[in-house]
Design a protein around this ligand. Structure first.
Ligand code: MOS
Length: 749
């Protein structure tokens, strides 16, 4: 950036850029890692929710007398005796510091029912089994109203939301319908994606305990400890400093643990009523009932191209669903704004309210379903034009952001396609569909673009350097298994000139510096990195001062560099002093500094995103319709890769989730009653080992000069483009174009 000196670590490789194994890995594989439900607390009681069996209406009577007489029961909580709980604010990236919940309904405050599965009571008992049995004895009577649950039936009522992620929900350049009508080549189709539910390996869980002074401590499986702290403080009318949320290990989140959900507030309420610490660990079925997932969508994509292959029109519009209490229009229409050059463009989305559990973020919300539609359509157009789909994308690569008009901070998508195509052997692929066969198996190869924007939030970091020469970085960050701690240790070690084993990272505790560090939006690593940088710089300034006149650094009116465990004058081999020596001479055990990184203004100045090219080979059994993914190569452009081991693992994980999205996962709602019919992993299918081939990942590793450490996020982009690559490969294999996810075998017969 012109207003700042370049970061000396931007291109330099120390620990950053090397495949350091996860610092938490050993504890996890040895079973020593403690997840939210596993903390041992004295006097712990067990809470089980009673969930509504209607989707819309009002409770007339609720009779918990049998439950209360049941063995081991300590308390039942209903709207009659629940503590006062206020409505929490909704998820909003512009107010990250306030924390938020996925639904803004007040929990257990009245008898109104807004979805099938909504908690209407909680039973607390001495054991889980006693609580489960007693919960089955609670009798609830309702007056039912007609529930609005069928997206198919209600999509025509959709209206334009006030904003989509803070942007105008509709945007047009030129006259796209006219340009489309006059285009030499065109496709115009509708794509559908279903409801999806979150199925992290660790089901949602919380343990809540109140102390005598009214302070609340919660162990929560969350990807946002500070967000939960602020949301809980608001709900219970507490000062934020009287709430502590702890989450050292989280078994996957994918956006499903980014906001506060009812069970955490209910757990705290139950602990208050029962007057003892309470655990509420949701069963897999309860996760389906209480925790929302991805919205269904119907998207129209119309593409027109001129004779020279340049896009004349991109029209990408459609409908998603939300609820009155979630108000989250999943942003599929933001994707086409930044991907391709086109003479004209029209993008927009509408949203319809359903009486369902609040929909929420789910890995690359918007981009994952948006790229399915757009990247399928581009493939369809390529066949229309008889042009290679990689070539069609190259021809329409924009020089500037197509709708913002700004420069790209760093975009090397064409290079990712070139390298990916070479490694995958794309040039050997026959152009015609249905041209490869191996016995019963039809074989095809497909490609799609992956895209996910760069987000960053201000973050606070506390850094302590001790007289034994060690350093501790502390931030209220969240570790779901992505390598959060590992990468920041690599980073801090490089900046401090310390060996890796002398640096540690404390995280997962809202008592650490308060800032909106969320393990979401693929933003966490960059957000913390910016704060670590300023914290280290501050610590170095203080150490130079502390060193004083007796130090070899004294009077050094020159550049100082960190290496060999201390500070040295640049260019002078031995003129310097270790941290240990500076601190000991000053009679100090440690120094501690706290710094906050600034607003990420670069995001406004540039168009910033991660990019990728997904190459997939699918085999389709022409007798049974069974699909097997046989090869995958993801070629990514995500700035500088800070740790190849953890980054590649994230990208692979995203692709695995994309295979599930494309071929297996689908939440089935009984559209008469709004009840989820497949709330288990036996009926809601996710990919297992045999469904996933070896996934090869390559990356450009070109640093972005405008981001912390030159990196872009890698957490979400892997799922984007994946479903389209699969649909495109299936078309290439079979000649059948499936525009309806998931692509189950019945659709291929
Ligand atoms: Mo991500 S869907 O922001 O965890």
């Amino acid at each position: 950036m012109p207003d700042k000196a370049p970061d000396p670590l931007l291109h330099k490789h120390g620990y950053l850029g090397t495949p350091v194994s996860r610092v938490d890995g050993q504890r996890k594989v040895k079973g020593e890692a403690r997840f939210a439900a596993e903390f041992e607390i004295e006097n712990l009681a067990y809470a089980v929710p009673v969930c509504s069996t209607i989707a819309k209406g009002r409770i007339t009577t609720i009779d918990a007398s049998d439950a209360e007489r049941s063995p081991g029961v300590i308390a039942t909580v209903t709207a009659q005796n629940a503590p006062k709980m206020k409505r929490p604010p909704l998820m909003d990236v512009r107010h990250m510091d306030k924390g938020f919940a996925a639904s803004d309904l007040a929990v257990l405050q009245d008898g109104e029912i807004s979805w099938d599965g909504q908690p209407v009571a909680v039973v607390v008992a001495e054991t889980l089994e006693q609580a489960e049995h007693a919960a089955s004895l609670v009798r609830v009577e309702y007056v039912e109203k007609t529930a609005r649950v069928s997206f198919e039936d209600l999509k025509a009522e959709a209206t334009v939301p006030s904003a989509v992620m803070g942007e105008d929900p509709e945007l047009a350049i030129g006259n796209p319908e006219k340009a489309f009508a006059a285009a030499a080549f065109k496709v115009d189709n509708v794509y559908r994606t279903p409801h999806y539910n979150h199925n992290a390996i660790e089901p949602h869980a919380a343990i809540a305990a109140w102390d005598e002074d009214g302070r609340l401590t919660v162990f929560d499986s969350t990807q946002f400890v500070n967000g939960c702290k602020h949301a809980l403080a608001g709900i219970f009318g507490l000062n934020a400093e009287n709430v502590r949320v702890i989450a050292p290990f989280v078994g996957g989140g994918f956006g499903g643990k980014a906001a506060l959900w009812n069970h955490t507030a209910l757990c705290a309420a139950a602990a208050k009523v029962a007057n003892c610490p309470v655990k509420m660990a949701l069963s897999r079925e309860e996760v389906f009932r209480l925790i929302g997932g991805r919205t269904p969508s119907e998207q129209r994509v119309a593409l027109g191209a001129d004779e020279d292959g340049k896009f004349a029109a991109i029209i990408h519009t459609g409908v998603t669903a939300t609820t009155t209490h979630a108000k989250f229009p999943e942003q599929f229409s933001l994707t086409p704004r930044h991907l391709y050059a086109s003479r004209t463009m029209s993008v927009g989305q509408k949203v319809v309210n359903l009486d369902t559990v609040a929909n929420t973020w789910m890995r690359a919300p918007g981009e994952s379903i948006g790229t399915f539609a757009l990247e399928s359509a581009i493939d369809e157009l390529a066949y229309e034009m008889k042009i290679d789909p990689v070539e069609l994308r190259r021809l329409n690569e924009p020089e500037k952001d197509p709708t913002k008009g700004t420069e790209f901070s760093s975009r090397h998508l064409v290079e990712a396609f070139r390298r990916g195509a070479e490694k995958f052997g794309w040039s050997g692929r026959p152009a015609e569909p249905c041209s490869q066969r191996d016995g019963k198996w039809l074989i095809g190869q497909g490609v799609a673009t992956a895209y996910y924007p760069v987000f960053r939030f201000p973050a606070a970091v506390r850094l302590r350097i001790s007289a034994d020469g060690s350093a501790v970085v502390q931030a209220a960050a969240n570790e779901m298994g992505m390598g959060t701690a590992t990468v920041q240790i690599q980073h801090a070690a490089d900046r401090l000139g310390l060996p890796l084993e002398m640096v540690s990272f404390r995280y997962g505790d809202s008592d650490l510096p308060d800032s909106p560090i969320i393990a979401g939006g693929s933003s966490q690593t960059g957000s913390i990195a910016a704060a670590v940088q300023v914290a280290v710089e501050k610590a170095h300034r203080e150490l130079v001062k502390l060193a004083g006149n007796g130090s070899p650094l004294a009077g050094a009116n020159v550049e100082i560099e960190a290496r060999d465990g201390g500070l040295f004058v640049s260019g002078e081999e031995s003129r310097g002093e270790t941290y240990a020596s500076i601190l000991k001479r000053a009679g100090r055990d440690f120094i501690e500094v706290e710094e906050t990184s600034g607003m990420p203004f670069e995001v406004m100045k540039y168009s910033m995103a991660s990019y990728g090219a997904q190459f997939c080979e699918a085999r389709v059994n022409h007798e049974s319709g069974e699909v097997r993914i046989s090869r995958w190569l993801g070629s990514f452009d995500c700035g500088r890769i800070l740790n190849p081991k953890t980054a590649v693992s994230q990208l692979r994980g995203g692709i695995v989730m994309g295979i599930g999205m494309a071929l297996a996962e689908e939440t089935l709602l009984d559209t008469r009653r709004g009840r989820i019919m497949n709330p288990s992993l036996a009926e809601y299918h996710v990919p297992v080992h045999l469904d996933v081939p070896h996934i090869e990942i390559i990356y450009n590793d070109i640093p972005d000069e405008h981001t912390p450490l030159g990196a872009h996020g890698v957490g979400e982009i892997g799922i984007t483009g994946a479903a389209a690559a699969i649909a495109n490969a299936i078309f290439h294999a079979t000649g059948k174009r499936i525009r309806d996810l998931p692509i189950t075998l019945d659709k291929l017969l």
